[in-house]
Design a protein around this ligand. Structure first.
Ligand code: PLP
Length: 369
């Protein structure tokens, strides 16, 4: 199989699996237990917290382990006071948009921050937003579909200067570009393990000291009482190891991915009418989203699947047919072209041969579609 869907999930790195296995077998103690068998496990969680904190340049005490990016995003938005004012960008993941809509139903105000043709939140949009005096603003660091990386720092500075709490979903940025919680200055940041060659069902929320987190899960003292429940120890250990590897290998990984992406883009450019979305924008080194006029993305995905090539389409199933990607629509992409969107997200095991094979298959299938 040619696997080109690493923004959906990544395979577990062998070194990560090796680090996890003892915590699924010999070291099964409860980290809250006071005897030695429990303390060994507690110490493994402490190490993982150090590894994750080091990857994102954050203080140890400000890392809460969660079940993944979705929980971290929900936990971040839960700090909004009742009937508070929330603003999110128009290109957020459903794990932000859906809880945001729920908060609106419950009486909060929700502002959607528009993006430009490259999917970027502009500084003008931020200035307009500040006049609306939101309590909390959530803007993702890098988009899961287009790979576009926001120019977040100046936006965060402006929002902070106006006493507005800022959250960023850094799930897709992590392990692909440098991420510094301290330098960026956001109040809250969401991370996920399974996008960086770690196990699924594990992530973290970083929070600034002094910020009042409103726990979603209560009933235990774990994670400073901010996320109750016996820890998913093996997954946390795996996330830590994956973070350690991502930190030491970041430069090489992004160089390798960018070289493959460049090769793929050069070949895609030879397909008549093909548009690479936000091509000129600063994007993740592994991500390309494109559309071909008159071609249905879902059909193409299924045909590629028959050739054992795994990619993702931008559109989603809805009653009454397929709806185009809201992200592309927010960027002003025409609905027909957006419905045809295909996303390729490369990973560390992909090769030039796979890229060339994909291009051959794509050309053959696109023209017979
Ligand atoms: N945020 C973004 C940008 C994502 O791409 C994803 C997953 O695709 C999530 C959040 C959710 O993360 P998880 O799968 O760990 O719940």
């Amino acid at each position: 199989m040619i696997y080109f869907d690493h923004n959906a999930t990544t395979p577990i790195d062998d070194r990560v699996l090796e680090a996890m296995l003892p915590f699924l077998t010999s070291f099964y103690g409860n980290p809250s237990s006071l005897y030695r068998h429990g303390r060994i496990v507690r110490s493994a969680i402490d190490t993982a917290r150090e590894q994750v904190a080091a990857l994102v340049d954050a203080p140890l005490s400000q890392v809460i382990f969660t079940s993944g990016g979705t929980e971290s995003n929900n936990l971040a938005l839960a700090i909004l006071p009742a009937q508070g004012r929330l603003a999110i960008s128009a290109i957020e993941h459903p794990s932000i948009t859906e809880p945001a809509l729920r908060l609106k139903q419950l009486g909060s105000t929700l502002n959607i921050i528009n993006v430009d043709g490259n999917g970027l939140v502009t500084e003008t949009a931020i200035e307009d937003l500040i006049n609306k005096k939101p309590d909390l603003v959530s803007i993702m660091m890098a988009n899961n579909e287009t790979g576009v990386i926001q120019n977040l720092a100046p936006c965060v500075q402006k929002l902070r200067a106006n006493n507005i709490i800022v959250h960023t979903d850094a799930v897709q940025a992590l392990g692909k570009i440098p991420v510094s919680f301290n330098r960026l200055g956001v109040h809250l940041m969401s991370l996920s393990s399974h996008k960086i060659y770690g196990p699924k069902g594990c992530g973290a929320l970083l929070f600034e000291k002094g910020l009042e987190i409103n726990p979603v899960f209560r009933g235990g003292g774990q994670e400073q009482g901010l996320r109750a429940g016996t820890e998913n120890v093996a997954a946390i250990v795996g996330f830590g190891k994956a973070a350690e590897l991502a930190k030491t290998e970041l430069t090489n990984r992004s160089k390798q991915l960018l070289a493959l992406r460049t090769l793929l883009e050069a070949h895609l450019a030879t397909i008549p009418g093909l548009t690479i979305f936000a091509r000129q924008a600063n994007r993740l080194p592994n991500t390309i989203q494109f559309g071909i006029p008159g071609i249905d993305g879902e059909m193409l995905l299924m045909k590629l699947d028959q050739k054992a090539i795994a990619v993702s389409s931008g559109s989603a199933c809805a009653s009454g047919g397929r709806i185009p990607s809201p992200i592309l629509i927010a960027m002003g992409v025409e609905a027909g072209l957006a419905k045809g969107a295909i996303r390729i997200s490369l990973g560390m095991a992909n090769t030039e041969i796979e890229v060339l094979e994909f291009i051959n298959q794509l050309k053959a299938l696109a023209y017979q579609a």
